[in-house]
Design a protein around this ligand. Structure first.
Ligand SMILES: Nc1nc2c(ncn2[C@@H]2O[C@H](COP(=O)(O)OP(=O)(O)O)[C@@H](O)[C@H]2O)c(=O)[nH]1
Ligand SMILES: [Mg+2]
Length: 194
C-alpha cells in the first residue's frame, strides 16, 4: 500500500496494532489518550470496547497504529479476539497500589494462554508514576529483569515517559523475530540457451 504525502514523497504504509490489558482503573484509557495526544480525563467511565488511532512517520514509512483498550471483565470474555493481528501487548500496572507479583503473573498467564504467537512482544507499563507508592519502581524493575519483560514508567497526567514508550513499542513491533520458516516452491531455473 502506498500513500502520497504533501511533499510528493511516496511512502510505504504499515498498520500496527497494540493491545493493552490490566486491572480496571489501572490507567489504560488515559495512557492511550496520552499516546494519541488526547486530553487527560479524570474518572471517565470505561467503555465496553474502545480503540484509538495514530499515524506516525518513520523514515519513508507511515505507521498507522491502533491502540486497543480492553474492557472490564476481559477474563470472562477471553482475550482471543483482541489478539487477532496484534503486533504488541502491553500489561498496564498501577503505581499507586502495591506491586503484587502473583497478580502480575496471573495476568501474564492469562495473556499467554490464548496468545496466538510466541513472538508478540509483551511489555510491562507502570502508569500514574506521578503518584507512585514507595518501592513500586524497584519492585517493577526486579520483576521485569527476573522475568525478562521490557518495562516502562509513565504518567499520563504529566505526560512523562509517553514518547519513549511510543517509540520503543514501534521498534519492538517492527523488529519482531521471524516465527517459523514456511517452505515455498523454489523458482525454476530458466533453461539455458545452448
Ligand atoms: N495521578 C494520576 N492518575 C491517573 C493517571 N492515569 C489515570 N489516572 C486516574 O486513574 C483512574 C483510572 O484511569 P483510567 O485511565 O480510566 O483507567 P482504566 O480503567 O484502566 O482505563 C482515573 O480516575 C484517572 O484519572 C495518571 O497518570 N496519574
Ligand atoms: Mg478504561
Amino acid at each position: 500500500m502506498t500513500t502520497e504525502k504533501a511533499n510528493n514523497i511516496i511512502s510505504e504504509e504499515k498498520q500496527l496494532k497494540f493491545v493493552f490489558f490490566g486491572s480496571d482503573g489501572c490507567g489504560k484509557s488515559n495512557l492511550i489518550n496520552a499516546l494519541v495526544g488526547s486530553k487527560y480525563e479524570e474518572n471517565k467511565p470505561s467503555q465496553l470496547i474502545d480503540f484509538k488511532g495514530l499515524a506516525v512517520k518513520k523514515g519513508s514509512k507511515v505507521l498507522k497504529i491502533t491502540f486497543w483498550d480492553t474492557p472490564r471483565q476481559i477474563s470472562f470474555f477471553g482475550p482471543t479476539p483482541y489478539y487477532r493481528g496484534a503486533d504488541l501487548i502491553g500489561l498496564v500496572i498501577d503505581s499507586s497500589i502495591p506491586f503484587e507479583p502473583k497478580k502480575i503473573n496471573e495476568w501474564l498467564t492469562f495473556i499467554e494462554r490464548d496468545n496466538p504467537s510466541a513472538t508478540i512482544p509483551i511489555i510491562l507499563i507502570l502508569c500514574k508514576a506521578d503518584i507512585e507508592i514507595p518501592n513500586i519502581k524497584k519492585d517493577l524493575i526486579n520483576f521485569s529483569t527476573k522475568e525478562h519483560y521490557p518495562y516502562f514508567i509513565t504518567s499520563a497526567k504529566l505526560h512523562t515517559g509517553i514518547d519513549e514508550l511510543l517509540s520503543d513499542m514501534v521498534e519492538l513491533a517492527l523488529n519482531r523475530p521471524i516465527e517459523l520458516s514456511i517452505p515455498i516452491e523454489q523458482p525454476k531455473q530458466k533453461e539455458r540457451c545452448q
